[in-house]
Design a protein around this ligand. Structure first.
Ligand code: RVP
Length: 501
């Protein structure tokens, strides 16, 4: 007889947190959101942690290098999508790893014999009002000077006049030497009242620029996630087919952590991939696996060497797997059961395997709930797709700004490997849709707001860390009627179209 789970499976919207005692030190500023990403032994620290419990989804419409840099600045990790050629994915990883926070490599340089009008045109095109003058106009040419829009007034000079006659010459410039740290560069900027500092190599070639305003932005990111060489941390999605070629290329490019990206991870294909990767490239290579939705699935991946386990089938906003194939489980129930299995496994073996709850986060408080239910971090697609930094087009639909967002199982993505069960290629029925999401602005502002809500809720629960939340949270299922009660009700909500006479 088939096995029946006794309880119906639930999702986040059916739960609430019940407050605990908040002591005087339970203030949002004291909350620490640091969380482990990969497995570790009792008494040890995870070899890879994040400063916030959020990763961006392994999706074409979500995680490219721009997203990865923006999220690492906030303290999280993007998993750059694997449904592209190995070379393109490696290039994206390389761009994240070579991005030096605060050090800007500008491609809008100019030659000394160009005209002031060229400087004006360049500014109109790029918005840059400080332009490095290099011998050949290239980003890494010999630095000869700097010209800024403050050096001349175009209506008072001959527009054809040469840059060399108006620029600040190299001998009069304060420069930093390659290898200088960002805070050392900032000291020079302040000591000499500069707006920008060119960084040069041994032969006098331009390496990068540091701008006063960018340092301020760097200061805005106290949680940024850096590796031991001060580079941003980045993850990569991989599949169960070409990992023997893809993984070494991505390691070479600098990927910090991998994620086997599959809609269903309780399979021989994931077992083989985990074994082959660890055997051939060593245990230092960290690979998360999934997705699973029950204890059996978790134990299977844990015993086969997964460094973290990802939970969730069919809960993603663009996902139609449940409709198409009738498989899946409510995201909250799946997270609760897998996290419980993880705790039992930890008790028994002393090995802690972080759990990632993937998909189905609609409201910010769903993140807090997922953590309280035992997840160590959450993976989000729709959430990040709405921001400036996602790779997709921003359009106007019905008078509102939207961004495109499509599933990896949609015809648009054609990532059939994510649904690969071996054998012949699948008859390409879709498991995802192509959609729009409301445009929401910058990642920095939105993540800041989400984290603020998480910190406040944690304080209401009387906890200051994710581990304490997992241990002490009180969670209640709510009825349909109390869900309605939780929204504004029985009032006419005022909006701007109602004005007093
Ligand atoms: P959401 O955050 O609810 O948009 O969900 C994102 C998740 O949905 C992804 O991390 C992935 O697990 C899943 N996904 C991605 N593509 C598809 C699909 O086409 N069905 N599903």
């Amino acid at each position: 007889m088939a096995y029946y789970f006794e309880e119906p499976s639930h999702t986040f919207g059916e739960y609430l947190l019940v407050p605990g005692y908040s002591s005087a030190d339970c203030i949002p500023a004291n909350v620490n959101l640091k969380t482990p990403v990969v497995k570790f032994r009792r008494g040890e620290e995870s070899p890879l942690s994040m400063n916030i419990p959020m990763v961006s989804a392994v999706m074409q419409s979500v995680s490219n290098d721009t997203m990865a840099i923006a999220l690492a600045k906030e303290g999280g990790i993007s998993f750059i999508y694997g449904s592209q050629t190995i070379e393109r994915q490696a290039d994206m990883i390389r761009r994240v790893k070579s991005y030096k926070a605060g050090f800007v490599t500008s491609d809008s340089n100019i030659k000394p014999d160009q005209s002031l009008q060229d400087v004006v045109d360049l500014k109109a095109r790029t918005g840059h009002s400080t332009v490095a003058v290099t011998a050949d106009g290239s980003p890494n040419g010999k630095l000869l000077g700097i010209i800024t829009s403050r050096d001349f007034r175009i209506n008072k000079v001959d527009p054809a006049a040469k840059v060399r006659d108006y620029m600040t010459r190299f001998d009069d410039l304060i420069v930093g030497q390659d290898g200088i740290t960002l805070s050392e560069a900032n000291e020079l900027i302040w000591a000499h009242k500069l707006n920008s500092l060119p960084i040069i190599g041994k032969s006098g070639n331009l390496v990068s620029m540091v701008f006063r305003k960018d340092y301020a932005s760097h200061e805005e990111h106290p949680l940024e996630l850096l590796d031991s060489r001060q580079r941003y941390v980045v993850g990569a999605g991989i599949n169960t087919r070409d990992y023997m070629e893809r993984v070494p290329a991505l390691i070479e490019a600098g990927a910090d952590v991998f994620c086997l990206d599959s809609s269903e991870g309780f399979s021989e294909w994931q077992k083989r991939a985990l074994h082959d990767i660890h055997k051939n490239f060593g245990d230092k290579v960290k690979v998360g696996a999934g997705n699973v939705v029950d204890k059996e699935g978790f134990l299977f991946l844990a015993e086969n060497g997964a460094d973290f386990v990802k939970v969730g089938i069919g809960g993603g906003s663009i996902c139609i797997t449940r409709e198409q194939k009738g498989i899946g489980r409510g995201q909250a129930t799946a997270t609760i059961e897998v996290a419980k299995a993880r705790d039992e496994y930890y008790e028994k073996t002393g090995v802690y395997i972080p759990v990632c709850s993937d998909g189905g986060i609609v409201h910010d408080y769903h993140v807090t709930l997922a953590l309280a239910m035992g997840a160590d971090f959450v993976m989000l697609g729709r959430y990040f797709a709405r921001f400036d930094e996602s790779p997709t087009n921003k359009l106007i639909v019905n008078g509102s700004y939207v961004k495109e967002y499509w599933g990896e199982g949609s015809n648009r993505a054609r990532n059939w490997q994510r649904y690969d069960l071996g054998g012949a290629k699948k008859m390409a029925f879709e498991e995802g849709v192509d959609s729009y999401v409301p445009y929401a602005g910058s990642l920095h502002d939105n993540v800041g707001m989400t984290l603020s809500k998480i910190r406040h809720t944690m304080c209401n629960c009387g906890v200051l860390s994710i581990a304490e939340l997992q241990k002490n949270a009180k969670i209640t299922l709510v009825s349909q009627a109390s869900i309605a009660e939780g929204s504004s009700h029985d009032v006419v909500v005022r909006n701007t179209s109602i004005r007093a006479e």
